[in-house]
Design a protein around this ligand. Structure first.
Ligand SMILES: [Zn+2]
Length: 77
């Protein structure tokens, strides 16, 4: 389990852009709004789980940082 597994890319119908949302929010049935890494907030009914086509640059940056943290360093294989 790595940090990036705790996030899901979902499309916001507000801006037709895929944002990075914490899985804990996405999987919580009691939540009515989701808040992306870039602070974009969207009602649960307005997010779409589809193949990403246009990624939010701010979310991409946050996700990229997580990815770098997960990257194995100093290994030679
Ligand atoms: Zn975003």
């Amino acid at each position: 389990m790595t940090a990036t597994h705790n996030y899901r890319w979902l499309m916001s119908e507000y801006d037709a852009t895929w944002h990075c949302f914490p899985s804990s929010q996405v999987d919580d049935p009691a939540r009515r709004f989701l808040e992306a890494s870039c602070n974009h907030s969207v009602p649960v009914s307005k997010v779409l789980d589809a193949e990403p086509r246009k990624l939010c640059p701010d979310c991409l940056l946050s996700f990229g940082k997580l990815l770098l943290n997960d990257w194995p360093r100093g290994s030679s294989h």
